[in-house]
Design a binder for this molecule. Sequence first.
Ligand code: ADP
Length: 390
Amino acid sequence: MSSPESPDPVEILRSVAQDVRDPLTGISVADSGMLSDMRMEDDVLCMRLSVTEDHREPMVRSLVNALGRAVTESGWNGPIECSVAPGVTSPPEAATPSAPAPGNAIPSTTAPPRPNPDAAARQPLPNNAPRADSHQPRPIPGVGHVLAVASGKGGVGKSTVAVQLAMALKDLGSRVGLLDLDFYGPSIPTMMGIRQKQTVSPQKRILPATAHGLACVSLGLMLDDGKPLVWRGGMIAKMVEQLLDDVDWGQLDYLVIDLPPGTGDAQLTLAQQARLSGSVVVSTPQSLALKDAERGLEMFRGLDVPVLGLVENMAWYPLPDGSRDYVFGQGGTVELAERSGVPVLARIPMDAALRLAGDQGDPGIARDGSAFEAFNQLAKAVVETLHPPA
Ligand code: ADP
């Protein structure tokens, strides 16, 4: 309940709406005009979320939940009600709220949004946003499981985890590929020590380079060294599509995909075009990184991609006396995991051998370090999740 001393719940909502992003466009629900009719009615914080036909039901549910959680975390503990309506640009109409909900649960007052043939026409997506199209995510020929390795922020060790997860899956006896979709900083060629350019078959299909027993494809192997990358609207989506269609992977049990950080076009196109077995979200235990990781996690859920779990990287620094220095804090990853209902699949310590392995392009040398066991555990947890015992 609001009082003169407590902040205005509508203001809280306005403010947190800047941070809750529409997974289809990457634009906040505040800036995209999706959120309207924010008001207090009988001590209930009411709002209206307008969606298009491209917003699938789990996506809407995850957006509504993200809004509710953000408002609660920012200090409003009273009841909240969100009505969901098709058509982003429809002018705010007088809301027809249903009975206030107890506590701060958000009832979605209209059930899943009805498809609205007009909606997409009335609300064109920005030019640089790939459109959700009608075809379903499809398998990648020759590939058993496709795993996305994601992070909310750069520099948390996502590429390192992608490489070492792929290596550990290979050590379990699987055929594994590594696809580098980190367009803004493709580091797989460096980390895998690959120098030759990507080759193409007579059938004009991209042939993966083989390094350390992994089949590798990276944009970094297709571009001239040192040239800055400028990606204009739609280019990333097109490139992802091409890399999904035009690589001859042969036969793989697992394809590990290193995504760019954040929640952008690459993630969206990948989830829309390829049938993903799951995603692994990497974060350090630092609260700033975890906040962004949560956004990534919500995005995958909104896109119907199972989140297999979190990987806490740089979890601690092992001291010579056997004790641990929790450089980036402690406990936050478990809290996020519990709140989101996903497991922490592995906790990776800071390990000089791991850093050296990345710099020298020899992932094998990290196999003696303190992080080695954690990566084995991660690979086993992924395999067990995808192949639960009968
Ligand atoms: P991201 O893909 O998230 O940008 P990287 O995997 O490129 O992050 O890692 C950033 C830097 O941190 C690299 O130099 C990498 O070698 C190093 N690094 C990542 N994880 C660890 C770790 N657990 N211990 C030591 N160094 C690490």
